[in-house]
Design a protein around this ligand. Structure first.
Ligand SMILES: Cc1ncc(COP(=O)(O)O)c(C=O)c1O
Length: 504
């Protein structure tokens, strides 16, 4: 069995392996990298949340394709000096923009292990796929789906939502549509969501070939929950004119303010109308882990499919999106495609069918499940639920600080973990837009913006397990400081405002 290591044939030439000549050198370098990575995470609070990228740093990444080898130590120095300091910043507790998870050190270690294993989770019979199946089973249990449900890791909820549209399409039109296309009947299919739904739902309808006009965006109430009666009425009107309603997408945590639709009512509507019920639970679905939040997600167990991201409130390092489908057969019916070179066996490496490639568009797939498995096992779902509950408590704290501060205005109720507010000023949209940029450039905090009822809001989404009361206080203090500077300064003084002059 043992092969002679480096027998050379003149016709083939010397070995071109990428393995190092000296494993000890690589090991030492690897240990430095690992130590630095742990130090980076451990010391993140002492760093700015984000730094603007200097031109000369950006220019370094316009270099020529490297033809010749370089020293790993040198390359790592380049990473340390010019990549790591200019990352998004979402590891930092002051990052509150968009909906970004903070990651965790155990997940990062698992990602390194996954890199070494280099497993391809498209298919075949190996334990990494069993790990992914284990996560499917755990997610199924968390969300109350029946046995027979299926699940798959994907990049993120945008992809999971698109895949749900594909599954709903095949479930509605039958598998023949995969061969013949959606045809004239497909042109009649209409889907329903709310005006507060994430833009990726409309994009999914576009990418699935129905066109975004086939998505009806129904009005929401003051708390941004979809008007179910209006949806029912629209479905009726659409049927009357010969359209074919097929899909409802509910939101468990809207992107703007964290509203949770009445999932039970939407599930009941879909049952009555025989529509596919998908829930975009990008970050909110994992709220089921927090006992105080779980009742607000009642009805999730009745959905046909749920999209969620472990990389948001699950704190798993990017990326770790997931799609769970109640009826595994229907899931497979939307994606499984026979190919001679992917022939299944009952024994050997090609056994273990169905494979993950039968559940989505990807064939080659990485081992996203490993970092999720490590994270869930290391911390346990109770701890992760406590993190989620604390994020919501911090949002309520920020909301209270905004309400108590006459210079600030709350723009929407903070029902979950997102607070939308602004500094009171003339030309408030411009002023608050600049405040957010200044906050980001100062490195103190990184909220983002959104527009509510035509008014620009400072939007703080508390997703990171590291965020604490002090981070909220720093955000409020800096908003007030930048707001005062912006509204009191003359245009010349404004130019001179150096965001970094504010203490971190
Ligand atoms: C409600 C909602 N849906 C979908 C998405 C898209 O998820 P992803 O960025 O993982 O594709 C997000 C992202 O923040 C979201 O908040």
């Amino acid at each position: 069995m043992s092969a002679s290591p480096s027998r050379q044939s003149p016709a083939i030439g010397p070995s071109e392996t990428l393995d190092p000549q000296n494993w000890d050198e690589v090991r030492a370098q690897g240990h430095r990298m690992l130590d630095d990575m742990i130090d980076y995470i451990a010391g993140i609070r002492d760093q700015p949340v984000w730094r603007p990228i200097p031109d000369e740093v950006r220019a370094r990444f316009r270099a020529e394709l490297p033809l010749a080898p370089s020293d790993l130590g040198e390359i790592y120095r380049e990473y340390s000096d010019f990549i790591a300091p200019y990352a998004t910043g979402n590891v930092h507790p002051g990052f509150m923009g968009w909906v970004h998870g903070g990651g965790n050190v155990v997940g990062a270690l698992a990602e390194m292990l996954a890199g070494g294993l280099n497993a391809n989770l498209g298919g075949r019979d190996h334990v990494p796929i069993e790990v992914e199946r284990q996560i499917t089973e755990w997610t199924r249990t968390m969300l109350g789906f029946p046995p027979g449900a299926s699940g798959i890791f994907v990049t993120g909820t945008s992809m999971a939502n698109l895949m749900a549209v594909w599954v709903a399409r095949t479930a509605t039109l039958g598998e023949a549509a995969r061969q013949h296309g959606v045809g004239g009947e497909g042109g009649l299919l209409t889907a329903y969501t709310s005006t507060a739904a994430h833009g990726c739902i409309s994009k999914a309808m576009d990418l699935a070939g129905f066109g975004s006009d086939a998505l009806r965006s129904m009005p929401v109430d003051r708390s941004h929950r979809v008007d179910v009666a209006a949806m029912r009425a629209q479905i009726k009107r659409d049927r009357e004119v010969g359209l074919r309603p097929f899909l409802v997408v509910g939101s468990a945590g809207t992107v703007d303010i964290g509203a949770i639709d009445d999932i039970e009512a939407l599930a009941a509507l879909c049952r009555e109308e025989k529509l596919w019920f998908h829930v975009d639970g990008a970050y909110g679905a994992l709220g089921v882990l927090a006992p105080a939040l779980a009742p607000r997600l009642a009805g999730l167990q009745d959905a046909d499919s749920i999209a969620l991201d472990f990389h948001k409130w699950g704190q798993v390092p990017y990326d770790a999106g997931f799609l769970l489908v109640r009826d595994g057969e229907r899931h497979r019916a939307a994606f499984a495609a026979p190919a001679v070179y992917l022939r299944r066996e009952t024994r050997g490496l090609a056994s273990g069918s169905p494979w993950p490639c039968d559940l989505g568009p990807d064939l080659s797939r990485g081992f996203r499940a490993l970092k999720t498995w490590f994270t869930l096992k290391t911390y346990g779902t109770e701890k992760l639920g406590a993190v989620i509950a604390r994020c919501c408590a911090l949002a309520r704290y920020l909301e209270a600080r905004v309400v108590a501060e006459p210079r600030l205005e709350l723009l929407a109720p903070a029902g979950l973990n997102i607070v939308c507010f602004r500094y009171r000023a003339g030309e408030a949209d411009a002023v608050n837009g600049e405040i957010v940029i200044s906050l980001q450039e100062s490195g103190i905090a990184a909220p983002s913006t959104t527009v509510l009822d035509g008014r620009l809001a400072i939007r703080a989404a508390i997703v990171n397990h590291r965020t604490d009361v002090g981070d909220i206080d720093r955000l409020v203090a800096a908003v007030l400081e930048f707001g005062a500077r912006r509204t009191q300064a003359s245009p010349d003084q404004l130019k001179a405002i150096e965001p970094s002059s504010l203490a971190m």
